[in-house]
Design a binder for this molecule. Structure first.
Ligand code: NDP
Length: 475
């Protein structure tokens, strides 16, 4: 009887602790519960201006040979009115709507209906069903990793239809670029709005939802952590990887084809952009299982930021260099081309090696070798919503001992290489490096804020051991 009483008291105590832990961890780990005025102002700015920025860049190329200043000069001097620019902008067409619907449907079919076979014959490739990280509610989701296969099938069909069967022209994307922009916007807004409604009405996992009470913040940053339809259609994995990133290389190929059509040749700068960005895209799909452990999947909720961003921002602004080169076919001298290629490849090596080191370290729980030695690390712990305590490790050797985000540094070097390939005549192709610098610096700060909330004093020990963020000795 006494034993029974003791057990009951212990159970009640455990329940109380769990409730406290729920409040503590839900309140601290993951995206914010409360919105400060700066976040709100930034969000309103982005909601209002990000679609305009995309339109402005694409319109500048279409109507002003990629000059960013000329449209403004025309408007300020009264040479042109907004309505003149708008009236010259191609509208949504049935053809573009058809192409886009077919494209998205095809990517859904590849994602949902063809289980991965690449891992069966490609040594070292991790595909098929894989597990994601533990969510704040303590859930571990399963994902069907088949992006590499989707990329290969899509590209084989592209080449076959564009160059062998002549079913469509390889310039089809460039030729419909602005009408396709309207389609991408429709999908981006539709999916973000659907995700918001779903978060309220039928969330996949209610415990992993967050509501701030601020409509704009919730719409932008998302309510649901991992919205899904059925068991396998994961919004984050699908929208980030396909249609956006599969399209990236096709868009660049379409730009190269347009150069060929207009000038009778493809410049070395266009080849460089295609090759360097192609490596980046292929790397993404080769390492799609690793991607499950990145911030996008592990920490971000699915809202307009990811939904609209993946449908519009990524395919339209990450491909600006190729678009620019259609209007300005830059032929680089050999020394410049080799220098840019070296910078791009070095950046890629740092990016990949740093990410690989962390992945290996985490997968083996530190039982591996980094640069020929056993890795050094700091032990840390955190608590999930259900009160379970987890243990983790933060590596302090290899590239992770040089800076806390040396993977971002490599990414920035690669990004700079794409821009440099376009020469120095216009600022437009440099948007990417400016944007990536802001994105990754902000991401660094955001991630560190989250890690501090998650790990507390253990994170402080880590930042004392590795004091710099991106550049050892500087920042
Ligand atoms: P990271 O891969 O750097 O992941 C950060 C997480 O890793 C932290 O939240 C923490 O998670 C864990 N971590 C941090 N420090 C350590 C350490 N020392 N040892 C072990 N684990 C650690 O960041 P991202 O997910 O942002 O980026 C992944 C890659 O994607 C980067 O290379 C980035 O450049 C690229 N990227 C590209 C973008 C693009 O638009 N082209 C956009 C964003 C990213 P935990 O909670 O598990 O401890």
């Amino acid at each position: 009887m006494a034993a029974h009483q003791e057990k009951k008291v212990a159970q009640e105590r455990k329940h109380k602790n769990t409730q406290n832990d729920i409040q503590t961890s839900q309140g601290q780990w993951g995206r914010a519960w409360e919105v400060d005025w700066f976040s709100l102002a930034s969000i309103l700015f982005l909601l209002l201006f990000a679609p305009l920025i995309v339109y402005y860049f694409i319109m500048s190329c279409d109507q002003y040979q990629c000059s960013l200043t000329q449209p403004l000069i025309d408007l300020l001097t009264g040479n042109k009115h907004l309505s003149d620019i708008w009236n010259k902008t191609p509208t949504l067409t049935y053809r573009a709507a058809g192409i886009y619907s077919l494209w998205v449907t095809f990517q859904v079919v590849l994602y949902m209906c063809i289980p991965d076979f690449c891992h069966k014959f490609l040594p070292g490739y991790v595909g098929g069903v894989q597990e994601g990280a533990v969510t704040p509610a303590g859930v571990v989701n399963k994902y069907q990793i088949n992006g590499l296969q989707a990329w290969i099938i899509t590209h084989v069909l592209w080449f076959a239809n564009a160059y062998y069967f002549h079913f469509f022209s390889p310039t089809i994307i460039f030729d419909n670029w602005i009408p396709l922009l309207w389609c991408a916007n429709i999908l981006g807004y539709a999916v973000s709005t659907f995700a918001m409604i779903k978060g309220y009405l039928f969330p996949t996992n209610a415990k992993d939802c967050k509501f701030t009470g601020n409509f704009f913040y919730d719409y932008m940053m998302g309510i649901e952590f991992n919205p899904r339809i059925g068991e396998w259609f994961d919004f984050k994995l699908f929208f980030n990887g396909r249609p956006g990133i599969v399209a990236w290389t096709l868009i660049n190929l379409s730009y190269a084809a347009k150069q060929q059509e207009l000038y009778g040749q493809v410049t070395n700068s266009m080849i460089l952009v295609n090759v360097l960005q192609g490596i980046y895209v292929l790397d993404f799909f080769w390492n799609e299982a690793w991607y499950l452990k990145t911030i996008d999947i592990c920490h971000d909720h699915f809202g307009w930021y990811l939904g609209w961003g993946d449908c519009v921002w990524l395919p339209y602004l990450y491909t600006l260099q190729g678009l620019y080169l259609v209007y300005h076919p830059v032929q680089l001298c050999t020394a410049n081309a080799v220098g840019i290629l070296t910078l791009g490849l070095l950046g890629y090596y740092i990016f990949r090696a740093t990410n690989h080191q962390k992945d290996l370290f985490r997968r083996t729980n530190g039982n591996c070798r980094i640069w020929g030695r056993k890795p050094e690390y700091i032990e840390c712990s955190y608590t999930s919503v259900d009160g379970t305590k987890y243990y983790s490790k933060l590596m302090t050797s290899g590239f992770w001992g040089w800076a806390r985000h040396f993977n971002y540094t490599g990414d920035l070097m690669g990004s700079l290489a794409y821009c440099l390939a376009c020469g120095f005549e216009h600022i437009l192709p440099y948007f990417y490096i400016i944007y990536m610098t802001i994105l990754l610096t902000h991401r660094c700060i955001r991630d560190e804020h989250r890690c501090f909330s998650k790990y507390g004093k253990d994170w402080k020990h880590y930042t004392a051991a590795v004091p710099y963020r991106l550049l050892p000795g500087i920042f």
